[in-house]
Design a binder for this molecule. Sequence first.
Ligand SMILES: Cc1cc2nc3c(=O)[nH]c(=O)nc-3n(C[C@H](O)[C@H](O)[C@H](O)COP(=O)(O)OP(=O)(O)OC[C@H]3O[C@@H](n4cnc5c(N)ncnc54)[C@H](O)[C@@H]3O)c2cc1C
Length: 463
Amino acid sequence: MEHIVIIGNGIAGVTAARHIRKGSRHRISIISSESEHFFSRTALMYVYMGHMPFEDTKPYGDHFWKKNRIELVHAHVAGVDPLERKVRFQGGGALAFDRLILACGSQPNTLGCPGEELQGVQGLYFKQDLELLERNAKDRTTCKRAVIVGGGLIGIELAEMLRSRDIPVTFLVRETSFWNSVLPEGESAMVGEHIREHHIDLRLNATLKEIRSDGQGRARSVVLAETGEEIACDLVGLAVGVSPNIEFLRDSGIALDRGVLVDQFLETNCPGVYAIGDCAQLKEPPPGRRPIEAVWYTGRIMGETLARTLCGQPSAYSPGPWFNSAKFLDIEYQTYGRVLPQQRKGNSEVHFHWRHPRKKLCVTLAFDGQSQRFLGINALGLRLRHGTVEGWLRGNLSIDQVMETLADANFDPEFHKKYEGAILDKYNMDFNKALGRKKKDHRPMFQWGCMVYPTDKTNDSGR
Ligand SMILES: Cc1cc2nc3c(=O)[nH]c(=O)nc-3n(C[C@H](O)[C@H](O)[C@H](O)COP(=O)(O)OP(=O)(O)OC[C@H]3O[C@@H](n4cnc5c(N)ncnc54)[C@H](O)[C@@H]3O)c2cc1C
């Protein structure tokens, strides 16, 4: 029996711990300075919005840990010594390990602009940020206007949170269109419209130059770089991305770059020391994947993969096709495979875009212009069935095959209006085709642990 110590009780660390417990009798300790118990970071916004108390963000009851013999240590790790096989705590004390898992997550980026240290300037990542937000932006009286800097997923969540308390929000986005470094044109434009319709003052091409003080250490206003305009505000929300939280590992001898460098078994240069989740940087990412993927699903898959290795079944990290989901205010967003934004897509990746004439619904499907292979899909306001889309990607279907069977992926609740017919009509028109809709196919197959779509059938149109 080994002692496995995990730094970080987020989705990555906790998934690893749960699966190690299922597959072994190892002693497991999880250390975190943020909170005693695991909570869902993605649900923090709902606490501020009054949809749930913080207690309900905990996926497991407080009794779970003792019952499953997972020791929780609520402390901050100041350093790691891989040779002595010890972690050192801030304020003294140490814990010995046989194997160490670094699952220490991210921290919010700062901009380095004047005034960032003022009170009323904050990010949104940790539970403590939520508590600070309660103080900084309790209501419209405490906070007459908030300025959010950075147009990504956390920025828009912050805007939604503040609007739920009727706090006026100005949203500064450096790009020419909302999140167009990730979203294709049509989607970026639709989300931008939606933000404005929610009475959020979205400013595009707007860069923060400085934050001005009220003379008593609190933020009073922000100044824009392009125009010099000064906007009065009581809260400045910084949402300019996240970076791996690895400062405490600087002198440890563990190889670092932007994150903790790991091989395909998620092991660092120090034997028996691993990294997973937001803090891990793959030396050789799988094709089509980035070295650091700071998203929930990556942490979960890495946690499961590493647990298998530590339970005696060496497993390389193999996440399969990219998937992520989020929300732009009340528009649900799912992305599968590769759908690059305009500025990065080049000529070989062709996009088909459909948008509902009145409602905030749209899809973009990407395919290879030469081989016609389906590359990925983004859906906004429409829900797709994960297994079906993953099957299309793993089965290397052509764009035509996907278009004909689009209805198979519909995962909208029962009685929701369906749009596959309208989507296919537009596809036929855009690409001068005459495809018809194929009957629903309920025969996805599992092969080598992954789902494979039956591609060998001749379809209705005889292709
Ligand atoms: C507001 C918000 C919304 C999000 N929404 C989505 C979403 O919709 N979809 C999605 O895919 N992703 C989303 N994300 C990202 C997702 O939450 C993260 O990718 C995920 O939580 C990272 O998990 P992790 O286990 O790697 O690290 P974390 O959850 O960051 O956990 C690491 C823990 O380790 C602790 N720790 C670090 N260093 C030390 C140390 N030295 N000593 C002790 N403890 C330490 C940290 O305090 C932290 O508690 C969102 C993130 C935020 C902030």
